[in-house]
Design a protein around this ligand. Structure first.
Ligand code: SF4
Length: 428
């Protein structure tokens, strides 16, 4: 057994009877990875990549180290208010991904299932529920989620709130945009701030909020400039880095460290070259642990993983003088909300902008959201000459990945994409 397996095994063995030991092992492992091991593994990374990897680890560790100053959030929770109040968001989907990175997601998932959670439930939520209900993860102060994208969030947050005895707030996001819908969400955001003030016994400073909003707008400005340049460049990417970027496009957008990341990103793209390889856009989650996918996409100029749709679902600048209203509007207009055509149109637009050759969509086990419209997406993209592959798998639970099938299908798909490109060049 190698050291990594020994470590994972120790975390898993202690979940039930010595949860504190598991927790301390996780914290120590993450610290070691973020501060020591990454320096060796990431020596060839660009500045923006090293920095993103480091701050992502910080964002996972901070709420673990300061649980009484943290709040549970999901990917769509508007965390601008938390940053302005110096509260650490405990981003549950990211935490579950890190459990998978530590090789112990299955033990936490099994724990949750043993406690009665259905095996059909999304693995991100099961892993997090396992960590919370086993008491490995200390209870944060409170929890905030949204109704956006799927109902797993509400069920998970309800269960954790009950199990850990903490208050929760759910932002109900209407399906379609209208002035009334915007006002409805704006009113809830104000209520959410009062909820935070009550739970943390401190007031929101509106000037701090303005600073966060300005950071957010500047970050989006840098990111859009990066994307303009990315259309003609090869930015070396990995499956994991693309998933880390979700910290910067969601829960930590507006944070000083994230603004710094976007600054590095824009500097780095200027150093990148143009390359002829296949340009791939990924929709939904990326099984970053999959060996065949790592071999095919990681730092490979023949098959560039250009972007994942979680990283452009809502590139909307905010009105610094009307933060509540504009955050409300941004939530409603997110491409994971509303009719499926909103998402499909946004993906097609990004494919055209980034000169994408092929799209890969993951149907994540237990996720109706990713299964539901998969063929609508494929039909629309292919009618616009963009080859699309739909694969089944799981973003974090390695037991649901089928490596050899994924390798065969992906290689065959990339061959087709390559041939189409050659054909198009000859026809031109
Ligand atoms: S993967 Fe699907 S089921 Fe899981 S949280 Fe995301 S949208 Fe919900």
């Amino acid at each position: 057994m190698d050291l990594f397996n020994l470590y994972s095994d120790l975390v898993c063995k202690n979940i039930e009877y010595k949860p504190n030991v598991s927790f301390n092992l996780l914290k120590a492992g993450y610290w070691l990875e973020g501060n020591v091991l990454s320096k060796f593994k990431e020596k060839d990374f660009l500045n923006s990549q090293k920095y993103l990897s480091k701050i992502s680890m910080d964002f996972v560790l901070e709420p673990m180290q300061h649980s009484s100053n943290s709040a549970l959030v999901n990917i769509f929770t508007p965390c601008e208010f938390l940053h302005a109040m110096n509260i650490y968001p405990q981003f549950i989907e990211a935490f579950s991904s890190y459990l998978s990175g530590a090789g112990c997601e299955s033990a936490f998932i099994d724990f949750a299932e043993k406690e009665g959670i259905s095996d059909n439930f999304c693995s991100y939520h099961k892993a997090f529920l396992g960590a919370a209900t086993s008491k490995v993860l200390p209870a944060p102060k409170c929890a905030i989620t949204t109704s956006l994208a799927c109902d797993a969030n509400i069920n998970t947050f309800r269960a954790i709130s009950k199990e850990c005895g903490i208050n929760k707030y759910v932002i109900d996001v209407p399906y379609e945009y209208s002035k009334d819908a915007e006002e409805y969400v704006e009113m809830q955001l104000k209520e959410m701030v009062s909820f935070l003030e009550d739970n943390f016994n401190r007031k929101l400073n509106e000037d701090n909020l303005k600073k966060i909003i300005l950071n957010e707008n500047k970050s989006i400005d840098y990111y859009k400039k990066f994307l303009d340049k990315l259309a003609y460049k090869y930015y070396p990417n990995t499956l994991t880095l693309e998933m880390y970027r979700i910290f910067a496009t969601h829960a930590f957008l507006g944070h000083d460290k994230v603004l710094e990341y976007y600054r590095f990103l824009l500097e780095d793209i200027d150093k990148c070259r143009e390359v002829e390889g296949n340009r791939i856009l990924w929709t939904h989650l990326i099984p970053f642990y999959s060996e065949p996918l790592r071999e095919i996409f990681n730092l490979n100029e023949d098959n560039q993983l250009v972007i994942c749709d979680f990283n452009f679902d809502s590139l909307i600048e905010l009105d610094v003088d009307n933060p509540y209203k504009s955050i409300a509007k941004k939530l409603i207009l997110n491409h994971f909300n509303g009719g499926y055509d909103r998402k499909v149109d946004n993906i097609l637009k990004m494919c055209n902008k980034l000169r994408i050759d092929g799209v890969v969509h993951l149907c994540h086990v237990g996720c109706k959201q990713s299964f539901g419209g998969a063929y609508i997406l494929k039909e629309k993209l292919e009618s616009n000459n963009i080859k699309t592959l739909i694969i089944d798998g799981d973003g974090i639970d390695k037991r649901n990945g089928n490596d050899e099938q994924i390798r065969t299908r992906m290689e065959a798909f990339l061959d087709i994409v390559e041939k189409e490109k050659r054909h198009d060049r000859i026809c031109l």
